[in-house]
Design a binder for this molecule. Sequence first.
Ligand SMILES: Cc1cc2nc3c(=O)[nH]c(=O)nc-3n(C[C@H](O)[C@H](O)[C@H](O)COP(=O)(O)O)c2cc1C
Length: 438
Amino acid sequence: MGDSLGKRFRILTFGESHGKAIGVVVDGVKPGLDFDLKSVQRELDRRRPGQSKLVSPRPEKDRVEVLSGVFQGKTLGTPICLLIPNKESDSKAYDDLRDVFRPGHAGYGVLKKYGIRDHRGGGRLSGRETAARVAAGAIAKKELAKDGIRVIAYTSEIDGITAQTIDLEEIEKNPLRCPDRNAAKKMEERVIFYKSQGDSIGGIVEVLARHVPPGLGEPIFNKLDAEIARALMSIGGVKAVEIGDGFQVARLQGSANNDQMDRHGFKTNHAGGILGGISTGQEIRIRIAVKPTPSIEKEQETIDIFGGERRLSIRGRHDPCICPRIVPAAEAMVALVLYDALLCQKDLEERAGTLEEIRAEIDSVDRQMIQLLARRNEISAKIGRYKREKGLKIRDPDRERTLLKERMTWATEVGINRELVQDLFHRIMKTSRGIQRR
Ligand SMILES: Cc1cc2nc3c(=O)[nH]c(=O)nc-3n(C[C@H](O)[C@H](O)[C@H](O)COP(=O)(O)O)c2cc1C
């Protein structure tokens, strides 16, 4: 039930960590697009385990297969199914964990909910599931790039060490995907230290979305920030999401937090590019809190499925810090949300632009004009009665001159063609005289 995301660009992921494969069905891709399998594979390569000593050594190649929706390199407009086989799952390593709940993992809740669970490597709730999202996200990223939109994520903090500079070129050059080379080295030392202690460490990943046009997001319940938070919180291990200044705003005054504007646009970006759930056209800035990897060698207390108390030390192939592997997953989730929102907005703009709808607008304005003219005629009749009672002349050239001059000034103010207004009021005044004489 909770395996799908999106309205116009929909994904549904499937598979478990130690099953045959994991994968995704992507629906809502336009027909006739170039399908770039290489870019999908490239994104998967960034996410896959075994890339350095700072991540899980599971030697999974994550070779993606296209099962449907693509013909001779072009999308068919039908659902695209991407499959990523699980080739290197070492299920034996989980035999000892069959009856025990691993601290920090979902096993207890899964068993209570379904009454059955796949104990091998987290099953459906394994970090491995994010490979399916990354594959779908690659398609979204490619389409967003056509509108100049770019989504970039990086590790910004581990164990209190923060990136001081944001050098985007540096991100893929170090194993923690930190944009500050010096901070990356210090972070690496910390991660290796915790790993040597049989422990793990959390961190913060930042996501930036650049050149997002203003107007994306569907108030009220599908606000852009709400959708982004939902998508990012759905990644295993993500415990909090901040947009813009996030929790920091709770300590600010309105005068400091408001993004003031001048004729060049917004002067600051505390809001993180979203106001009222709608993108403002500024950079979208997001931070996510990533928890320390729950599977650790350090012995911990837990229980088994029979309620017996146990002590547990988890060995095997685990990420000592999940941040570098969350980076591509976070980019994918933000790209999926933004592309869906972009398609929704394009639908809205197209809808407002049909000839019938524009004509309906004109019809409505004309109707209001005619109703106003009818009202004007009633007032003219009233004036006629008054003038007759008081024995006044119907035609008053001074009043007509002033009236016309005044209407022309109003026309200039709102930028309407003066000739049109002059002709119109000559005609209206003639009609008014006729009504007053009746
Ligand atoms: C890319 C990725 C890799 C992960 N690697 C591991 C891992 O090696 N070991 C582990 O115990 N948890 C790992 N996790 C975290 C667990 O999947 C997650 O903490 C667990 O499912 C519980 O969910 P929750 O933390 O969201 O509550 C990983 C998560 C992601 C997204």
